[in-house]
Ligand binder design. Structure first.
Ligand SMILES: *[C@@H]1O[C@H](CO)[C@@H](O)[C@H](O)[C@H]1NC(C)=O
Ligand SMILES: *[C@@H]1O[C@H](CO)[C@@H](O)[C@H](O)[C@H]1NC(C)=O
Length: 410
């Protein structure tokens, strides 16, 4: 009898242990992680979240920085225990919120970037531990005067390591102008964070702008969307896409329509190609959305001084470096475009029908539907002859079909 009771007890204990909740970390959710979430170096994330079974040991790292609650440590070993974390160093049980770093692992910094013209160069970096240099995950040209990204670049290379021209990482001593630039930068960033974190505020602005024109929005509204999708990045690197310099205002039906379809297709293509081919992805904006009021068009800027434009086009260029082929996927961020305007808006003869890896986009010929955001696919030459944000000298692929990236690698 005593033995049976013991067996039941052991079983119950084991069951309880077995059903202990795992430790979960959402990587695509601004509010549920601590500020300055550490990097989990012992486990890999899948699909935007990290799930660690109860009992597993994890290593957390602050990339050379220190933990807020452990100012002397840059790494911590913890054990997942019923959804919380037992810290080896002092045997305390901590919530994830208590395990933030003093500084962010990922940074969006002013940086030397070639071919940015007179725009601001920036880079998304991951801080490394010790004396190792930071890792570059994306480089961008940001138009600080207009407060919109012109062009970003990332790669599907292992760890998304981006090759950049040699440069000095040492911060130059700040001149008066340098100080001004940093202040201006912080102000722009703050304004962008406020604007893009609150759809209601953004749409109040929009309606205020066209109040007197009685513009019919037909229930359309703006939201903010990422130019580089988080799904282009491996593991926890996807967190760099949260930087506000990667955001623009997009019509909701477009964001949830073809912008999503394009980004899913590109993400899949990057992942499938990774073992065979190194691909670069460029993403950016072009033009300012203009809504027709009477006989005129009104360009939409969400802030005074022609700042924070709603882009007319959002584009993505995929470049297979070895094969030296590329394709430009151009999305028209205008669900109100009229039939008579489409001919002018579509500035190349579209080849989307010839790009088999655009599965989501080609399903039910979605790319032809303005409500979802009309998409057309250009050869790189046809694209760069119109879109100055992507300078022609950046990629030199053969003209016409020979330089067109259509096939999957296998
Ligand atoms: C990724 O997560 C989304 C929602 O969170 C889900 O719809 C999708 O099926 C997941 N994909 C994979 C491959 O698990
Ligand atoms: C696209 O480029 C080809 C040459 O590659 C050229 O013949 C054609 O006129 C261009 N089309 C447009 C619309 O620019």
């Amino acid at each position: 009898m005593g033995l049976l009771r013991l067996a039941v007890l052991v079983l119950c204990f084991q069951l309880a242990h077995f059903t202990d909740p795992p430790c979960e970390m959402e990587l695509e959710c601004a509010e549920c992680v601590p500020d300055n979430m550490p990097l989990v170096t012992s486990h890999r994330a899948a699909n935007g979240s990290l799930t660690v079974p109860a009992g597993d040991e994890l290593t957390l790292a602050c990339g050379g920085g220190k933990f807020l609650a452990y100012p002397l440590r840059d790494t911590l070993t913890v054990q997942c225990e019923a959804g919380r974390y037992r810290v080896r160093a002092d045997d305390t049980l901590r919530h994830l919120l208590d395990l933030g770093c003093q500084e962010s692992i990922f940074e969006d910094v002013l940086h030397q970037v070639d071919n940015c013209g007179n725009l601001q160069g920036r880079a998304y970096l991951m801080r490394s531990a010790g004396a190792q240099p930071s890792r570059h995950l994306a480089a961008l040209c940001f138009d600080a005067d207009r407060a919109v990204a012109a062009r970003l670049r990332m790669s599907n290379a292992p760890h998304n390591a981006l090759r950049v021209a040699p440069h000095s990482d040492a911060a130059a001593p700040l001149s008066l102008l340098g100080n001004f630039n940093h202040m201006f930068d912080a102000t722009t960033r703050h304004a962008a964070e406020r604007l893009y974190s609150d759809d209601a505020r953004m749409n109040r602005r929009l309606r205020e702008l066209l109040k007197h024109e009685h513009y019919s929005f037909a229930e359309q509204s703006l939201t903010s969307a990422k130019l580089l999708s988080s799904h282009y990045f491996e593991d926890q690197n996807m967190r760099v896409t949260d930087f506000v310099s990667n955001r623009v205002a997009v019509w909701r039906s477009v964001a949830h329509g073809n912008l999503r379809h394009v980004q899913r297709d590109v993400a899949k293509f990057l992942a499938l190609s990774r073992p065979h081919a190194e691909l670069d992805v460029y993403a950016g904006t072009h033009g300012v959305l203009a809504l027709r009021v009477g006989h005129d068009h009104t360009e939409i800027f969400l802030k005074a001084g022609q700042r924070f434009p709603v882009p007319k086009y959002i584009w993505t260029v995929v470049h297979a470096k070895q094969a030296n082929k590329a394709v430009a996927l151009v999305l028209l961020n205008d669900p109100f475009v009229s039939v008579s305007e489409i001919r002018e808006a579509v500035f190349c003869e579209s080849a989307c029908g010839r790009v088999p890896w655009l599965h989501e986009l080609r399903r039910q010929r979605r790319y032809e539907t303005p409500l979802y955001g009309l998409v057309f696919c250009c050869s790189l030459r046809n694209f760069t002859s119109v879109v100055s944000e992507m300078p022609e000298q950046l990629i030199n692929v053969p003209e016409g079909n020979a330089g067109m990236l259509t096939e999957l690698f296998d």
